[in-house]
Ligand binder design. Sequence first.
Ligand code: FES
Length: 576
Amino acid sequence: MTSTLTSNAHDNTEPNSPNTTTETVGSVSDFAVGQMKMAKVGERRIAVIRTQSGIHALDNACPHQGYGLVTGGLAGETVVCQWHNWKFDVRTGECTQGEENVACHQVTIDGDDINVSVTEQTAAQVREATWPSLTRGIEANYIGQISRDTARLLNSGAAPQDIMWAAVRHGAARAEWGPDHEMAMAADCLTVAMERTDDSRALALVQGISGIAERTRDRPKHELPQPDSSPDFQQSVEDEEIAALRAKTLAWLEDGADPAMVRHEFIDAASRHHLGYGHGIIYTQKAFELLDHVGWENAGDLLPYLAAGTAWQTREDLLPYMRPTMTKINAADLDAMASAQRDHQWADPTLVDRLLKLDEAPIEAAVEAVLGGAGITGLLDALSIGASRRMLRHSHDVEFMIDDDFSWLDITHVLTMVNAVRWAWSVDPGPHVARLALFATWLLFDSARAEQRHGIAEEAIAYPRFSDDASPADIARAVRFKDTQAALDAVASVDPDTAGDALMDAALSDQSGGFIVVAHQIKLSLAAKIESIETGSPLPLLAAARYLASPRGERFVARNVAASLDFVSTGKPPQR
Ligand code: FES
């Protein structure tokens, strides 16, 4: 017999299905209104709760961190988890304060017996229920919910790329000025997640998703136009015709355009100007790497927004301080550079020193090297080594000068940009990528600003010492305790894959707190591993190790306040 005390069930399978367990959990006559009891049904701990409206059964584990609901309080139809004050409607399991509903189970009364039926969801049901929950977590920037849902999805067999893509799709459409650091970090985190098989998959995914959630919270979705094949893509980038760019991109995708052609157009757009201090090509690389992971059929969820972001980037080459460099770049024979073969016998031990010149951008040295036998990849190798050497001699003192705008990130960008140009050369070689290599040469020169102002402090120059028994744990410890020398020693003593993975683990473990710093640590760790493997030199990994293990003064607020006070009082822009 079923009485009117029966509560609603919210499982989406029938109670008599094979994965349903029903057990008697107590007697109605022993159970007063206002009482809560914990009972076990199968392996599940259930909170059985009697209120004025009837007898109800919820999972006892609070969905926040798993503490028992029966140890909490009951106020009318609301159960309160005392640990962090989440509240749930006992009749439905709906969360009325907090992030997530608690599972609600069917109660039937048979005579005096209280029976609770618990239906275990299949993996497919778990996934189906979790996708919308993950989206809500991303929308609200609830890291706890994103973490729990990521764990549920992985446990129920969802693919890492599908999990990350749920976030990228959401974020790309909402990123204010186009997908940027958060998308780039998500791409690298997905690369890591797909390489791993252990629990670090979840950390990589949640780091990537959390960046998107933080940056796009409460941002409205950009509306997309109808596809239109008539605009000229490059001219629309030049004219910042955002609607035309989006329409053209959608038309390419709708018409089944060759992905390589579309990728070429985006790389070409990123190469026509020195965009966003090197970020134009970095974001292009990361967007196309993401699409490699998730499939070209998803390009419509990312590329129209990337096109807009490309057009919105700062065109650094139009700034006055780049004019002398642009004269040299414009005079370079990019076709000859692009067709120059690399002669593996070629070697110029002075090239890196010349690329590290402080007085003017060494564009001629770069062109001469490419044509003389280095080829584009030889130049990229030298730039990589140059950027690494600069990171290995960056003075920590500069990092704490409030009135100096220079920071580690001004040098780490060189390495990540070189890595992006290397990617562009590998997938779409041509004169446009030769120009990108010269922009990277400029960026290395621009990273000399602190050295120009303050010199190179002898005590800042870092050299590694080798040891026979170094391990990834030594790298993690050195980064955690900011023991720069120990980090260098450990990285120098293990193979590049091991060092790169250990640095990535350190970056993912989020010791800096701020999104932008974590994003750069992750980007740099991956780029440094690839650059060390490509160049055959440990320097990129050593440079990344030094950056991760160095004391840092982020100065975001303090520097902005100092610059604003200056500007408001004197009208002078900040020193560059
Ligand atoms: S564990 Fe219940 S609110 Fe935190």
